[in-house]
Design a protein around this ligand. Structure first.
Ligand code: T5A
Length: 217
């Protein structure tokens, strides 16, 4: 019997390699006949993409952490109700580049709102809707930021303004610690050693999914 569709999220610091691996996994799943939807947060619907734009490209707004969190949850609610749940209901797997764990870590842990506070909002807005599995891309922040620098240097047109990429290293170290703490002893998470060449990262993901959901990738 075919496994029912799963909701998989990909988390980690900046430049961890999530987007790259999501596209490789999408191909691998499609090759074994599984329907897949790739999406991202912030974003994923027309409204949530507008909110992403407001958060990332309008620095002049100076949103504080609570305002950011509420904007993120407005988008997340829209995304879950209009895209994620309907896809799962049609037996389409959902691969999501970041989800609520990013809010726990960026707004809750690194920006000081507290993880428990973010959990309360998550419970109130989404009734604790969670991914079936979350990959944490474990890579020291210095290495992830180096990858982004190299990307910008090799193709300046890829340069984008991002909420947090220009924060100091201390902030990115906090993000890393936050994900480590959140994923520790949590069965929903699979830790991916992401500071390796591409062809050594994908097999870790394929193996974990195959074991967890009885697939052959
Ligand atoms: N945010 C988000 C919050 O604060 N709260 C929230 O609730 C949510 C959902 C999103 C920002 O919003 C914040 C977090 C972020 O700051 P974004 O642009 O979506 O911004 O940022 P990221 O998700 O961090 O995306 P990045 O593109 O920065 O990183 P990825 O997707 O992890 O990495 P990827 O695949 O684009 O790779 C980066 C570079 O490294 C190379 C790639 O070719 C690319 O050039 N690369 C590798 N190089 C060597 N070896 C490998 N194994 C490699 N894998 C990839």
């Amino acid at each position: 019997m075919k496994t029912s569709a799963k909701f998989i999220s990909f988390e980690g610091g900046e430049g961890a390699g999530k987007t790259t691996q999501i596209h490789l996994l999408e191909k691998a799943l499609k090759a074994v006949g599984i329907s897949v939807l790739v999406t991202r947060e912030p974003g994923g619907t027309v409204g949530a993409e507008l909110l992403r734009n407001i958060l990332q490209h309008h620095k002049e707004a100076h949103w504080d952490a609570i305002s950011q969190l509420l904007i993120l949850y407005a988008g997340r609610h829209d995304h879950v109700e209009k895209v994620i749940k309907p896809a799962l209901a049609r037996n389409i797997w959902v691969l999501c580049d970041r989800f609520a764990d990013s809010s726990m870590v960026y707004q809750g842990y690194a920006q000081g709102l507290g993880v428990e506070f973010v959990k309360t909002i998550h419970e109130a807005v989404l009734h604790n809707f969670q991914p079936d599995l979350t990959f944490f891309f474990d890579i020291p922040p210095e290495r992830g930021l180096k990858r982004l620098r190299e990307r910008y240097e090799s193709s300046p047109e890829s340069q984008k303004y991002d909420c947090f990429e220009d924060q100091n290293l201390e902030f990115h170290r906090k993000i890393y610690q936050g994900f480590k703490a959140l994923s520790h002893n949590n069965k929903r998470f699979v830790n991916i050693q992401a500071d390796l060449p591409l062809d050594q990262v994908s097999p870790q993901i394929f193996r974990a999914l195959s074991e967890r959901f009885h697939l052959t990738l």
